[in-house]
Design a protein around this ligand. Structure first.
Ligand code: ADP
Ligand code: MG
Ligand code: ZN
Length: 481
């Protein structure tokens, strides 16, 4: 029997504001800051303190909501989500429940089976919890609480269960992260927990049947781990269904070391949280004019860039994908194209994807750190296009530019790498080679045409690779005939 899978994601995104959601504490890098060094009475949940809404967090949420084609609520309401846990100092989390700031959007994703829209149910604002470290020593086991993270603004983006394969889940996750990074609303660093995924997974007998019972999988530390966990869960559920059993609705954890899911708790219902409107905050009212001005700040997004590169510039899909993967890379490309109207965009793309990316991989440099700016790259490409240097020399020159930051012109000059195009010099080189290899010349005349390329190679070698190859071919042909 062929089962049909439905997958919906809840994605928690830390917004890259300077301060926390409801207090003035700085948002600090968890890999650098000392535990409990960025806390105050508000985010420690002291009695008598009051929250104040972070305007920048609201602006980021609106920006993300707009880019996800959501409706932005001009009036949304914060709510208390009550539960006890040691990482939650107040005993409740301020979130949004019935009236989120944005809802009903979609994001287009590309998979091997074509383009598809994944619908967004809602994207709401909330605050992050603290972080627990569980320690197990020989005679003692205890947990440490770090509240630096408590109160960091989160945007929770909830999709519809529109994904049916792991490939779609990967495409959605990557597209979402790329989009949010373009918008500059999050670092998107999963290793630092700035983006965290929870997957809801269910199966049913056919596409026409009602949605099946779902499980929710938590603590997924990477997109890769999420894919493994979903695959594991789909196989587990299929087995249960095939043997006539029922899937239990529950919350699962993912054990990375054992590559299996485990039961964390039976599924809690909304009423378990005793949600009610946050009495310490007024409804959040955002004016149309503000929404419009935020809409005006949205940069060109990956989807628009793709169509510009492919349709307007004629780049192939694979190169386009490499260039749009992050904003800095596509900005570099755009600048290079702007700096050189005489050079075709695909030529620039080839140099970037081949040589520049090669260097970045080898050296570990990001596009922001490399020492060759877009204008300088196009100057080098132009030297090649105008036949001042041949391809091999141009590649070597670029390596050197990347290593020491010198300009193409300087290097060409210093090394005497200018391509030899003078007919006199080339003729001399051809004659020398022909005199040196009379036997080969003879076999060429006897009909062995492949010798031509070998002789051509000899001339190129004799000139240290600096000869203009096209001219060498012409002169060699003439000399041989
Ligand atoms: P909560 O997890 O807080 O109860 P929801 O019920 O709104 O919230 O669902 C959360 C996520 O679960 C959404 O991403 C939604 O798409 C997904 N989901 C809901 N029902 C199913 C299902 N039957 N199979 C797979 N995913 C589902
Ligand atoms: Mg949930
Ligand atoms: Zn604080």
């Amino acid at each position: 029997m062929q089962y049909y899978s439905d997958i919906g994601l809840e994605v928690h995104v830390e917004l890259s504001t300077r301060t926390k959601m409801f207090c003035g504490c700085p948002v600090v890098d968890p890999t650098v800051a000392l535990p409990n060094s960025a806390v105050c009475p508000v985010c420690l949940g002291m009695p008598g303190t009051l929250p104040v809404i972070n305007q920048q967090a609201v602006a980021f949420a609106i920006k993300a909501g707009l880019a996800l084609h959501c409706t932005i609520a001009e009036r949304s309401v914060f709510a208390r989500k009550n539960y006890f846990y040691p990482d939650l100092p107040k005993g409740y989390q301020i979130s949004q429940y019935e009236l989120p700031i944005s809802y009903e959007g979609w994001i287009a994703v590309n998979t091997s089976r074509g383009k598809k829209n994944i619908h967004i149910r809602r994207a709401h604002l909330e605050e992050d919890t603290g972080k627990l470290s569980h320690c197990n020593e020989t005679n003692d086991s205890y947990s440490l609480v770090d509240l630096n993270r408590a109160g960091i603004p989160l945007l929770e983006i909830v999709s519809e269960p529109d994904m049916h394969t792991v490939e779609e889940v990967r495409a959605y996750s990557q597209e979402l992260r790329m989009l949010l990074r373009y918008l500059g609303v999050t670092s998107g660093d999963m290793e630092k927990g700035a983006m965290r995924f929870e997957a809801n997974v269910s199966m049913r007998a056919s596409e026409k049947a009602e949605l099946g019972t779902r499980v929710e999988i938590k603590n997924l530390n990477s997109i890769h781990a999420m894919e493994k966990a979903i695959n594991y869960e789909l196989a587990r559920q299929q087995k249960i269904l095939e043997s006539g059993g029922e899937v239990l609705q529950e919350t699962l954890g993912w054990n990375e070391a054992r590559s299996e899911t485990f039961t964390q708790r039976s599924k809690e219902e909304a009423h378990d949280y005793r949600y009610f409107p946050e009495p310490d905050l007024p409804p959040l009212i955002v004016e149309k004019a503000w929404i419009a001005s935020i809409a005006g700040e949205i940069p060109e997004l990956p989807e628009q860039k793709r169509s510009r590169y492919q349709e307007d510039m004629g780049l192939p899909a694979d190169k386009t994908e490499l260039l749009v993967q992050d904003k800095a890379t596509s900005a570099y490309f755009d600048e290079a194209v702007k700096a050189a109207e005489d050079i075709s965009p695909s030529t620039i793309a080839n140099w970037m994807v081949g040589d520049l990316f090669g260097w970045m991989n080898e050296s570990g440099c990001s596009i922001r750190d490399i020492r060759v700016n877009p204008q300088e790259l196009t100057r080098l490409i132009r030297f090649h296009e105008q036949k001042v240097v041949n391809k091999n020399s141009a590649k070597e020159i670029l390596q050197e530019m990347l290593r020491n930051g010198k300009s193409a012109e300087e290097i060409i000059h210093e090394k005497g790498l200018e391509q030899i195009s003078s007919s006199d010099e080339l003729e001399k080189a051809v004659v020398t080679v022909l005199q040196k290899y009379p036997a080969e010349v003879e076999s060429f005349h006897a009909g062995k045409e492949t010798v031509f390329n070998w002789l051509f190679g000899q001339v190129m070698q004799a000139t240290g690779g600096k000869a203009n190859p096209q001219k060498v071919r012409e002169i060699l042909k003439k000399a041989l005939s």
